[in-house]
Write a protein that binds this ligand. Structure first.
Ligand code: FAD
Length: 413
């Protein structure tokens, strides 16, 4: 791909340093300032963009919609023939392949693996089925996917599919709305739910502390059983309980500040969101959770419907006690802005942490309730992170539903 990427990001035209490296202002195809002006960390989450896409904003006090966004179909499914190398069974990769093979789109904005590091991304405009397939699998660090959008524009493509995180999708939607470059391009958007992405500069530092062998790790995911599953190149799965993560990983300066300022975990402006968080955990089948949001999403989903095995959605347990406990712990720490030095080491041994994870996964929230637990936890943490670190942009950044969600827990705003 020949898109020229500027060596250094231009300075931001606003008064904070939040940036997810989405790539929009890193190319020379359009002025960097245009990308920056419409950045989600400048314009805020959801709001009018949700209104533009759906003709309305989400119902702020609707239990499901306030958390997962607007959708017209929701299901738990897996590809009957999983794609090797995919993060789960590869629904996203298959959607992109079918859209390309049917001529619905001329190219796909996705990520290959960087030759420098297995988990690092290399943005590409995939123009063949093989190139789309090579994009399968997670690269768990901030990615500049939208640099490949410039390549699509330069080549004059009329229709593209973009696979992206919530911040990338926000920037893409507003870029299309505000500027002429891709205004007439037919854009299909496949979203991943996304949280706590890693700053590339910190990723190996983190993985070395979490895993018994960071060099052999090939697949990483925070799973519904309160453990992080790391699959190694010999096929073994290492499970590290969240409660046994080294304390130094919990400092708020470890995850990228942009991820701590995100208010759209479920990627609600995508045409279709494909994750796992609302699906029951099953390591054999790896069921996925799909939210179809728009007509374009429906069109994509219909292309692979026959290739899927479907499961029932389940929901049990109660997220509320866990969220309240978490809020009591995290809010005071955020208020101190991590000014106290964190003593390195595990709070809980791997054995004890494993027992705790097993207990919670047997008695805690499951299925859809687990997805709500995940969303609420991040809304609580991110609201107070922004409140204490970026108070002047709090009102701009947060969408309407966040306050009603926090009010459910009687938290002081
Ligand atoms: C940092 C991160 C955090 C995530 N957190 C959650 C979560 O909490 N809950 C949840 O349900 N799902 C989460 N996901 C999504 C999940 O890992 C799977 O991508 C999703 O379930 C789709 O699985 P699949 O087998 O269909 O994907 P695949 O068919 O393997 O396709 C995955 C696609 O995602 C793209 N991709 C990979 N990494 C990135 C990246 N860093 N930025 C942009 N695009 C990328 C790939 O290029 C590929 O096109 C997260 C993904 C990432 C990258």
């Amino acid at each position: 791909m020949n898109t020229t990427v500027k060596k250094k990001k231009a300075s931001l035209p606003f008064m904070h340093d939040l940036c997810s490296l989405c790539g929009l202002c890193m190319v020379q195809t359009w002025p960097a300032r245009e990308g920056m002006k419409i950045c989600v960390f400048h314009k805020g989450w959801l709001g009018e963009l949700e209104q533009d896409l759906f003709g309305r904003e989400r119902i702020a006090n609707h239990d499901d919609e306030s958390r997962f966004g607007i959708s017209c179909e929701r299901c738990v499914a897996r590809l009957k023939k999983p794609i090797p190398g995919a993060q789960f069974t590869g629904i996203i990769t298959r959607l992109a392949q079918r859209a390309f093979e049917t001529g619905t789109v001329q190219g796909v904005v996705t990520l290959h693996r960087s030759p420098d590091d297995y988990f690092f991304p290399k943005p590409v405009l995939a123009m063949s089925s093989a190139d789309i397939l090579a994009g399968a699998g997670s690269k768990p660090v901030l990615a500049s996917s939208l640099t490949a959008l410039a390549e699509a524009y330069r080549r004059g493509l009329h229709s593209i599919l973009i696979i992206g995180t919530p911040c990338q999708v926000h920037n893409l939607r507003r870029f299309q709305k505000e500027y002429p470059y891709i205004r007439n391009t037919e854009v299909y958007v496949v979203g991943i739910p996304c949280t706590d992405n890693a700053n590339p500069a910190r990723f190996r530092w983190m993985l070395r502390r979490v895993s018994r062998s960071h060099k052999t790790a090939r697949h990483i995911e925070y799973m519904q059983d309160y453990t992080c599953h790391i699959t190694h190149d010999d096929g073994t799965i290492e499970r590290i309980p969240f409660f046994s993560f080294p304390r130094e990983l919990f400092g708020t300066n470890v995850h990228a500040p942009c991820c701590l300022s995100c208010f759209d975990y479920m990627n609600s402006l995508a045409d279709i969101t494909v994750g796992y968080i609302g699906a029951p955990l099953d390591r054999q089948k790896m069921p996925q959770w799909v939210l179809v949001r728009t007509m374009r999403g429906q069109k994509l989903f219909d292309m692979i419907r026959d290739e899927l095995e479907f499961f029932e959605e389940v929901s049990s347990g109660d997220r509320r006690p866990g969220i309240l406990m978490y809020a009591q712990k995290i809010i005071p720490r955020l208020a101190q802005k991590d000014s106290q030095p964190i003593k390195p080491g595990r709070e809980m041994s791997l054995k004890k942490g494993g027992e705790m994870a097993a207990l919670l996964s047997a008695s805690g929230p499951r299925g859809i309730e687990f997805a709500k637990y995940g969303v609420d936890m991040h809304v609580v943490r991110n609201y107070y992170f922004v409140k204490y670190n970026y108070p002047t942009i709090l009102d701009t950044l947060i969408p309407r539903h966040v306050r009603s969600l926090l009010a459910e827990y009687n938290l002081q705003l």
